[in-house]
Unconditional design. Structure first.
Length: 457
């Protein structure tokens, strides 16, 4: 538990602490909450705050925003850590808040990592939140639906804070170079793209980005009043030679290509190596997870339908816990996909269909496939000849579903790899059945029309 005076400017503090925003105008990101006319900004400006939970990844400004709110609303601010405090400390804080309330002073209690409190500790806040003795602002990196007990959560509004964009991060680093609280009193010379590189590899964490910049400046070459920072110096500060890997540059695409092709070639060792190269360079794990998910259908597909489940699960794991913990989930997906049987038949099928779709945009939908919800549409023969497969004994009909000009097309051609071999056998049997029943179509269509049971899709 610690009470603070606001915005102390001690140059011995880390850059991230010195540069902590003091007003909403200085705050970077979270436009969906703090932009002009947005809900949280309105609550702050009208001083109509109630207890709330800030849910978001590290370094996006949860603590800073709580401090700004306290300063704007002229509330007392108490910074309370769930890591070091227990029920005894909670009661002491609540007694002080009750006393302050009797003098007309409101207390804003900020609880960092509120998900670390157990149920009894969280329940200790309840009576004081209900009485209005405190305005509770809890911060958590975990889903509050699971980590904050229902009674307390029902009394709090949850606001989701997002990772800072690279544009926001670059602007923040620019400010650090020019603000007197940062390095504004020094002349910093560095390659023009270095701020973008630091922003890209901070993965939305402002504290991490500012710490990296500070380390680079402190270890730069001092020449009179000028500090020169090279990319080599940045590598030395971070122990990451791979920071030269530019997410927008050629090496970015070379490495993801190497990962993709290693998995396609069923080489798990190479695939894991390229995965590690990207992750240790600071690549966004969600970007890799998206590409792995694409691979699951493009290069494995129905040869192993579980490949897509594995890739999607890895994506959700990356989103849920982030780096460095999610590296093992991506490794699991990459190794699974490397060892899975390969088929690109889905990719080929869509490519073929897309070509025809783009070149034959005017082909009409066959009448038998059109809905006929109105009498006029029925009079125009919409739906005439439709055959409802569930009424057929084999659950198959010989109704044509492609436009007449495309009746000879075969887009999906399954391979004999893995489980897709079953798809191949099934498709061959369906096509054989349709060939043998080609002449029975007209009578079956008439029966379907007269049954009165044709459903509308």
């Amino acid at each position: 538990m610690e009470q603070h005076s606001f915005f102390d400017n001690d140059l011995s503090q880390p850059l991230a602490a010195r540069l902590r925003p003091r007003t909403l105008e200085e705050f970077f990101g979270q436009e969906h909450l703090l932009g002009k006319g947005k809900v949280l900004r309105k609550l702050i400006e009208s001083d109509q705050l109630s207890s709330m939970i800030f849910w978001g990844p590290p370094g996006v400004g949860k603590t800073t925003l709580a401090r700004i709110i306290a300063g704007h609303t002229k509330s007392g601010f108490i910074d309370f850590s769930a890591v070091t405090s227990g029920i005894k400390e909670i009661r002491a804080v609540m007694q002080q808040a009750e006393k302050d309330r009797s003098y007309g002073r409101r207390t804003l209690l900020f609880v960092d990592e509120i998900h670390r409190f157990n149920k009894a500790q969280q329940d200790a806040f309840l009576p004081f939140v209900e009485k209005g003795s405190i305005v509770l602002i809890g911060a958590t990196t975990e889903n509050p639906s699971f980590e904050v007990n229902g009674a307390l959560l029902s009394r709090c509004k949850v606001f989701v804070l997002h990772q800072l964009s690279e544009a926001d991060m670059t602007a923040l680093l620019e400010r650090a170079l020019h603000d007197p609280r940062g390095f504004g009193r020094q002349h910093i010379v560095m390659p023009p793209d270095m701020l973008e590189i630091i922003a890209a590899f901070s993965n939305g964490d402002a504290r991490s980005a500012l710490s990296t910049l500070e380390m680079a400046v402190l270890n730069g070459d001092l020449e009179g009043d000028t500090v020169r920072i090279s990319k080599e110096a940045l590598e030395a500060c971070t122990s990451r030679k791979s920071l030269l890997y530019d997410k927008k540059g050629e090496e970015h695409y070379n490495l993801i290509s190497a990962l993709h092709k290693s998995m396609r070639n069923s080489d798990p060792d190479a695939a894991v190596y390229w995965l590690a190269r990207m992750l240790e360079a600071g690549e966004d794990p969600l970007y890799i997870a998206r590409r792995v998910t694409r691979f699951a259908s493009e290069d494995v597909g129905l040869a192993d339908p579980h490949a897509l489940d594995t890739a999607v699960s890895a994506y959700h794991a990356c989103h849920l816990i982030g780096m460095p913990e999610c590296s093992v989930h991506l490794t699991q997906a990459v190794v699974y996909l490397s060892l899975a049987p390969k088929s690109n038949s889905l990719y080929v099928a869509y490519t073929r269909a897309r070509k025809d779709a783009l070149s034959m945009l005017d082909e009409p939908v066959p009448l038998q496939l059109r809905n006929a919800p109105t009498k006029l549409m029925q009079e125009l023969d919409y739906g005439k000849g439709y055959q409802y497969a569930h009424h057929a004994e084999e659950r198959l009909t010989n109704m044509h579903c492609l436009p007449d000009a495309l009746l000879d097309r075969s887009y999906y051609v399954p391979t004999a790899q893995g489980l897709e071999a079953r798809c191949r056998q099934r498709l061959e049997s369906i096509k054989a059945w349709k060939r043998t029943h080609e002449d029975k179509g007209s009578s079956e269509s008439e029966n379907s029309d007269k049954s009165g049971q044709k459903p509308q899709d």
